[in-house]
Design a binder for this molecule. Structure first.
Ligand code: F6P
Length: 504
């Protein structure tokens, strides 16, 4: 049976009809306990769902839906290494990478290798490290390095490059010394065209200046054979495995740039924060389980209230890449319409994820969220303190964040329609003490498990990405057409654009 035919789903539809006429303001007015009933604290994160259009009954009904989808069994399957990625027949055991007691021997070995490499780097000649990779081989390390800048333990400079934009890489290389530059090639498959194109450019640049470049190239990959064939010395290859999905790989050696930036001990704290969230996710009842609640509130908004986007608004510059990171995590995982039963789903799945740093957005697109025609749920993330002090600025940040969520909820009455803000617009607020490696680990794991839960409810395969594969294949075809300049058998638009391109 598909989930939308289940009694839990039908009950939720009825519940939505009953609840929708009641505004958020009215819900707060009629229940003084609302904040306490609908906010939850675990792993040093306070998640406040009280500004969502739900009540305790909604949570109960949504958790019935999770039971109906057999979520408990799926969680155990995930943690026990069952082949949860059915279309590729793989486990998704990223939780093993951050399980300090139950590390597989190969995980321990690579962690030790990372530690030794960082010790070696300290006394090495390298001043600059280029990190090449794209998607999951870029977004995680880039986000975490940015977010944990105050914990920096090295003066080596990290330069991340993902896109194949000649202006980016050439401008960077012009500023670097080829003798003192190390290049980390992060690629699970070691076949990704963008990463290999950038690697070729960097390797050529090094070879023009340095007699032997083997010591200056590092690979992080699940395809050791390809890295060896590429000419990388075995000591400089950091392995991970096919049971680590690309967008879940930040916890593996893909996180090497993080460990270089903040030190191995802080990287381990980052893993520990994620592990704490894993423990909570695996053991807490659904009605008191942060990832499950986040997921269920999302399902409620998407499938029962028809709010099809989600804005991610961190009030910390360090988290400015979080929306991009979550775009991959949520949209690559659950942007699917093929159901597990071989049919297509007939309900919405992943929301459109977008967003940006809090205050900046307030002076830009938040206008639409307050007065536009679409209702856009928001996840606000805010710290009580900054890492480096400046409580005065932090007070302003917190005031800005809470002012926005309050304005979305309550709106503002006015005689003139152009001044009116209707309010009644939902949001979740995640508040934490300050950005630490542990907190960041917990936040990322929170969203990972949220996405997993939603995939189970929607009965889709969260761990594959066949749609992305189509794009990867087509690039190669179009590149061949460009080389051969043969426009025959092409659709008229692509042919017209290529013709225009050839006229350069
Ligand atoms: O974009 C598709 C994808 O397969 C992602 O899932 C992955 O993170 C990215 O490409 C990079 O792949 P690789 O690490 O194999 O270079």
């Amino acid at each position: 049976m598909t989930i939308d035919k289940s009694s839990a789903w039908l009950t939720l539809q009825q519940h939505q009809i009953e609840l929708s006429p009641i505004s958020l303001a009215e819900m707060f007015a009629s229940n003084k306990q609302r904040f306490h009933e609908l906010s939850f604290k675990h792993c040093d994160l306070l998640c406040d769902f009280s500004k969502q259009k739900i009540n305790t009954q909604t949570i109960k009904l949504l958790s019935d839906l999770a039971q109906e989808a057999q979520l408990s069994q799926s969680i155990e399957d995930l943690f026990n290494g069952a082949l949860v990625n059915k279309t590729e027949q793989r486990a998704a055991l990223h939780t093993q990478l951050r399980h300090p007691q139950a590390h597989k021997p190969e995980v321990k070995r690579v962690l030790a290798q990372m530690g030794s490499f960082i010790d070696y780097l300290h006394s090495s000649k390298f001043t600059d490290i280029i990190v090449l990779g794209i998607g999951g081989s870029d977004l995680g390390p880039r986000l975490v390095c940015e977010a944990l800048q105050p914990y920096k333990q090295t003066d080596r400079r990290l330069h991340f490059v993902a896109n194949v934009d000649g202006d980016t890489i050439n401008t960077l290389l012009q500023c670097l010394n080829p003798h003192t530059t190390l290049c980390i090639i992060n690629s699970k498959t070691f076949t990704t065209i963008e990463t290999l194109a950038n690697a070729k450019l960097v390797k050529n640049w090094m070879q023009q200046h340095v007699a032997t470049v083997a010591q200056q190239l590092v690979a992080v990959t699940a395809n050791k054979k390809a890295a060896l064939e590429y000419g990388i010395s075995p000591d400089n290859i950091f392995e991970f495995w096919d049971w680590v999905g690309g967008r879940y790989s930040v916890w593996s050696a893909v996180g090497l740039p993080i460990a270089i930036a903040i030190g191995m001990h802080n990287f381990e704290k980052f893993l520990a924060g994620a592990h704490a969230m894993d423990q909570h996710f695996r053991t807490a009842p659904f009605t008191n389980n942060l990832p499950v609640l986040m997921a269920l509130v999302g399902v409620w908004n998407i499938n029962f209230n028809a709010y099809h986007t989600l804005a991610i608004k961190p009030y910390t510059d360090g988290l400015q890449l979080l929306p991009a990171y979550l775009q991959q995590l949520e949209m690559e995982s659950n942007g699917k319409s093929a159901a597990n039963n071989g049919d297509f789903v007939n309900y919405q799945t992943a929301p459109v994820i977008w967003g940006g740093v809090g205050c900046n957005g307030q002076h830009a697109y938040m206008q639409m969220l307050h007065q536009g025609t679409q209702i856009v749920p928001v996840d606000f993330l805010v710290a009580k303190s900054s890492v480096t002090g400046s409580q005065e600025l932090q007070d302003l940040l917190v005031a800005s964040c809470l002012g926005q969520s309050q304005a979305l909820m309550l709106g503002r009455s006015a005689a003139e329609t152009y001044k009116l803000c209707k309010g009644n617009r939902p949001s979740t607020t995640i508040m934490f003490d300050k950005m630490t490696p542990e907190i960041l680990g917990s936040i990322i794991a929170l969203y990972e498990h949220k996405v997993f839960v939603q995939g189970i409810i929607w009965q889709i395969q969260s761990f594959d990405q066949w749609g992305v594969q189509l794009g990867k294949d087509l690039i190669k075809d179009v590149l061949q057409i460009i080389e051969k300049r043969d426009l025959k058998n092409l659709d008229a638009s692509t042919a017209g654009l290529l013709q225009h391109f050839f006229e350069r």
